[in-house]
Each structure stands twice: as structure tokens, then as C-alpha cells.
Design a protein around this ligand. Sequence first.
Ligand SMILES: Cc1ncc(COP(=O)(O)O)c(C=O)c1O
Length: 313
Amino acid sequence: MNTANQELRGEVAVDPSFAQGAAFVEGQFVPVAEARIPLLDRGFTRSDATYDVTHVWKGYIFRLDDYLDRFERNMAALRMQPPLGREEIRAALIECVRRSGLRDAYVQMTCTRGVPPGGSRDPRVCKPCFYAFAVPFVWISDPAQQKRGLNLHVSTRRRIPPDCLDPRIKNFHWLDMTMGQFEAFDAGCDTEVLTDGEGNLTEGPGFNVFVVQQGRLMTPAEGVFDGMTRRTVIELCQELGLPVEETVVPVAGLATADEVFLSSTAGGIMPVTRIEGRVVGDGTPGPVTALLQGIYWERKANGWHGEPIAYCN
Ligand SMILES: Cc1ncc(COP(=O)(O)O)c(C=O)c1O
């Protein structure tokens, strides 16, 4: 029988039942389809959880320390003391990937409040739980869709405002975005962006938004998650000398935008070529979007910001 420490050190051989993904639950690695969490965990009953998602591309895990910094910051913001330290969390994530054997993977870490003692509703008495999994890479929009570009709906729904919940704390309160997605599908669009209720863009289900006007890039500064892909795009722009600003981005700015794109771990830099059916620019992915998208994937194929996974097959 393998000890938990042997498992965390990656000393255990790969089992083919992990090929569809590997999970780490209650200190054990299990095939993702067999992973179960306790029904009474407040992560499930109250969305009382924070999570983060990094990814593996061509065998390299992307910006892992930056994702771990953000995850730690968010657990602290929610007053959650995880049961594992940073190095154990890092080892569990890497071992999930190694076990799955996946060269391109979506890798999630989650900390929940845990199961309250019987009869209690006091979050202070719960013991937080840590869960992780690695599954095949997830695309908000796959490469074929990205070639033609997305048709974006502007939701009539307001994103949960920052004075209700700081959007920089990655959380499970997704219903504003999920119901917005239904609205978008009903309108024949691919996905949607929500507003701040005052006529400005925020973000959408799993992504940040960028607008390009006369060579200048803008992305909403407030009321949004500080996405790692957004950060990577901003850094790339700075390196390339492209003017980029975190600012207020009015919905009205979409009508005069030369280009619009979305950014997410789940898909990278994704061109938007229509807003509710109206063409953006000439209706094809624009040159700034294509430049950033090309560099992003080309560098990632060569392990940019990456740490190689020591697969055993
Ligand atoms: C609400 C929201 N905004 C933006 C993002 C993009 O963040 P990242 O680039 O770190 O994936 C996500 C990612 O899941 C998200 O859930």
C-alpha cells in the first residue's frame, strides 16, 4: 500500500484508470470519475469555497507559483486555513497531472469551508477541506471557433457587485453568469459579458474582456477577477510596447471597437468578431488579437512560464 507521502512525492506508478483525469480527495488520489466530496461540505451546500485553475500545455504547468499565490490570498480572504501547506498543495496538483498522464490539462485546486459539526451553522467551527483535480484541457471556445471568432451577448444582468463580494476572490457564485449564458444562447450568441449595472463592462463566465480602439487596449479595472491570462496579456503588451490600460470600459465602447477579445486559462486569447450579431471591425479576428494570440500559444508550446511535469510514460 502506498503512503500519502510516497504519493505526494510522485513515487507511485501511473494507473490507466486515471487517463480521464485524476483527483485528490481527503488525502487520496482517485480517478476523477470516482471522486466524491461529503454532501454536507459547505462548499456544496453554501458555495462556501474558493478555487483556482491553472493548466498544463505540452507537459508544462503554467505560472504555478503565481496561481498558488492567488489561491493562498483568496483562502486567507475567506478566513480559510487549508489542511495542507503550500508545498503539499503544489505536490498534490503536480501528482494529479502526472497520474493522469495528460499533456494538456485543466488543473483545479479548491478549498471549501468543510463539514459543520451536527446542528451548527457557525463557519468558524468547520475544518476546511482541500480538493484538486486534473482533467483534459477545457476550452471556453475551441481553436475552430476561435478562427471565426465569438458572437458576444451583452447581458441585461449585472455582475455581483464588489461591495457584495470581492470578485478577485475566485468563488462558486456563478449563477449571475450561468443565467446570463442562457440569455446569450437564447439570443443566438456564443457567450455573454455582464455589466456593472451602470453601463460599463465587467466580465463573463470564466473570462476577462479586452477592447482595442485605435491600437490602444483597454480592460475593465473594477468589478472583475484579476485573471492570470489578463495579467499575461497586459505583460505581453508592455513587452511589445502596445498601450494597455485597466480602466472603465463603457458598453457603448463596443460599438466603436476595432477588436474585442476574451482572456481565460480555459482557452487563452479568444477573438470576438460579433456583438449580438453586429460585426466588430471587418468581422474577422483583428491584427492585435492575432498577434497576442500567436505569441501566447507559440511561447507556451516551448514551456513559457512553465514547469515540466515528470511523467512516467
Ligand atoms: C469570473 C472570471 N473572470 C475571469 C476569469 C479568467 O481568469 P484566468 O485568466 O485566471 O483563467 C475567470 C476564470 O475562471 C473567471 O471565473
